[in-house]
Structures are given as structure tokens and as C-alpha cells.
Design a protein around this ligand. Structure first.
Ligand SMILES: N[C@@H](CCC(=O)N[C@@H](CS)C(=O)NCC(=O)O)C(=O)O
Length: 221
């Protein structure tokens, strides 16, 4: 690789974490720059087409969208984390996108002040997790015994669910044993653990408290 990559991040963002997991899994030396998303700097507004993280700077070029960044990083550093079979790869891409929808439901479930809305989002999450359970291999990783891109894409979501369980006692994986086992396997990986700042579990609890939504009433201690 000719130029050092720079990832623009927000510490709490699960989409950034998807990219970091691939970078770490592939032992790529990269810079990470944290911004405050509630008060983004002008230089970030200038380069980020959607005003969102992650953004990957490749020299003077800018990439956005976590799945695109994951694929780019994967392609420039063979061997690929994607399965070789074209149909399986396409199916995995579709389920990666599905995982993004689960992440988008977790945020309002955790932060909404409206109990009904929070419970509606929880129901959406549980329904989607049930669907995911039916397509999971039941082995260590999503497709089997090999860590693939889809595992990198889902680890941040599973980490958020573990924070929710840790801080509120709500176990969203209690009816999906394959996903619960998958979560244990993924969250034990060193490059997954190293993909976030060490204080993230405390930050996540702080975020629930700060947002003061319905879930804040469920916080333990
Ligand atoms: N589809 C995007 C979603 C990224 C995203 O939602 N990032 C959030 C932080 S986790 C963000 O930047 N939000 C700021 C905003 O939307 O203004 C991706 O996969 O990269």
C-alpha cells in the first residue's frame, strides 16, 4: 500500500467500528482521527458528503459508507475476507445491509423518551434477529468456521447488544441461541476488542444516561 490510510471516527459509532475491525484484522497501519459528531469541524463537513462517519482518506481521495470502506480495504490487502463463491458473497452483502437496519433500530430503542416507540423498536430488533438466526450457519462464524467480512460487519451490533445487557439486564439474544454463541465468539477476538476505545462500555452507559430516554429508567445501579 503506497499511502497511509486515515479513518475519521466518532468513538461511539458502530459503523466506524466495522471498518476498524477489517483494518485491524488485516494488520494495516492506519491513522484514526476522532471528531465530535455533535459539533463537527469544518474540515469534516467539507470532505464528508453525508456529514457522516466513517470517512476514509486515501491520500487526497475520500471514501464514505462503511460497507464500501470495508470492501476497499479488503480488496487492496489480499487474501479477501469475502467468501469466494459469488452467490454466497452476494447473499452476505445483502445480510450486511440488513445488519445496518438493526443498528438503525438500536439507537432509537436506546435513546427515545417515548416508551411506546422504544418498545416498537425493540420489537423490530427482535424480529430481525429472529430472521438472522434462520440464515446463520450455527457454527463459530456466520458462514462456518472462517471469519468473513459479514462477521466484521455484525460484531459492532452484537457489541451494542452486550452493552445493553450489561447495563440494563435486557437480553435481546435470549431467543436466538446461534446468534448468542456467535456474539460470544466474535466479542472474544482480540482485533474486535481492539476496534474500540477501552472506555466504550462506560461511554455507552453514559450515553444512555445522558439521552435520558425510556431505557435510562432500566439502568442497573
Ligand atoms: N450508512 C452509513 C451510516 C453511517 C452513520 O449513520 N454514521 C453516524 C454515526 S454512527 C453519523 O455519522 N451520524 C451523523 C449524521 O447522520 O448526521 C454507513 O454505513 O457508513
Amino acid at each position: 500500500m503506497s499511502q497511509k490510510l486515515e479513518l475519521i471516527s466518532f468513538k461511539l459509532c458502530p459503523f466506524v467500528q466495522r471498518a476498524v475491525i477489517v483494518l485491524k484484522k488485516k494488520n494495516i497501519d492506519f491513522d484514526i482521527t476522532y471528531i465530535d459528531l455533535s459539533n463537527p469541524p469544518q474540515w469534516f463537513k467539507d470532505i464528508s458528503p453525508l456529514g457522516q462517519v466513517p470517512v476514509l482518506k486515501v491520500g487526497d481521495e475520500v471514501l464514505f459508507e462503511s460497507s464500501v470502506i470495508q470492501e476497499y480495504v479488503d480488496e487492496i490487502t489480499p487474501p479477501s475476507l469475502q467468501p469466494e463463491d459469488a452467490l454466497l458473497k452476494a447473499k452476505n452483502r445483502a445480510w450486511i445491509s440488513f445488519g445496518g437496519d438493526i443498528l438503525f433500530a438500536i439507537h432509537p430503542m436506546v435513546t427515545s423518551k417515548d416508551e411506546t416507540l422504544s418498545n416498537e423498536k425493540k420489537a423490530v430488533i427482535l424480529q430481525k434477529l429472529g430472521q438472522l438466526e434462520t440464515v446463520h450457519s450455527g457454527q463459530t462464524y456466520f458462514n462456518g468456521e472462517t471469519f468473513n467480512m459479514i462477521d466484521a460487519a455484525y460484531a459492532p451490533m452484537l457489541m451494542r447488544l452486550s452493552f445493553i445487557k450489561q447495563h440494563t439486564g435486557i437480553d435481546l439474544l435470549e431467543n436466538t441461541p446461534k446468534l448468542a454463541k456467535w456474539s460470544e465468539s466474535l466479542l472474544a477476538l482480540d482485533f474486535v476488542q481492539a476496534s474500540v476505545v477501552p472506555e466504550l462500555p462506560i461511554m455507552y452507559k453514559g450515553m444512555i444516561k445522558h439521552m435520558d430516554g425510556f431505557l435510562a429508567t432500566k439502568l442497573l445501579d
